[in-house]
Design a protein around this ligand. Structure first.
Ligand SMILES: [Zn+2]
Length: 122
């Protein structure tokens, strides 16, 4: 399952950041996922829940923010919202486009508690 391997990669990064920041527990994770990644947020959340059970991130709130896709036509510079899987420019019908947004998969913020105080790591 696509989402499961992504959840695994996220967990790996989260635990590395937590270790660097001496987090005793991870409380909040914010993830930005581009629309063109075609991820099902519910499946990603389910994969995450299954994986984080025995880690310090097991009680963390996983927030998934979807980034809308945006494309710009290389011919006429028209910017538009592409509808997967069709990327034709609605202004001139060219299929030569630059993707400006929608391919992100970013761990935007990880928050956790150390034994002393709450810290945020970017
Ligand atoms: Zn165009």
């Amino acid at each position: 399952m696509h989402e499961m391997s992504i959840a695994e990669a996220i967990l790996e990064q989260v635990l590395a950041v937590a270790k660097d920041n001496n987090f005793a527990t991870v409380t909040h994770i914010r993830l930005r996922v581009g629309e063109l990644r075609l991820l099902v947020p519910e499946a990603l959340a389910a994969g995450w829940q299954a994986l984080c059970q025995d880690t310090i991130a097991n009680a963390a709130l996983l927030e998934i923010a979807e980034v809308p896709a945006c494309a710009r036509c290389r011919k006429c510079s028209h910017e538009y919202h592409p509808e997967w899987p069709v990327f034709l420019c609605p202004a001139c019908n060219q299929a030569s486009v630059d993707i400006l947004a929608g391919e992100e998969l970013l761990l935007e913020e990880i928050t956790g508690d150390t034994t002393e105080a709450t810290q945020a790591a970017q």
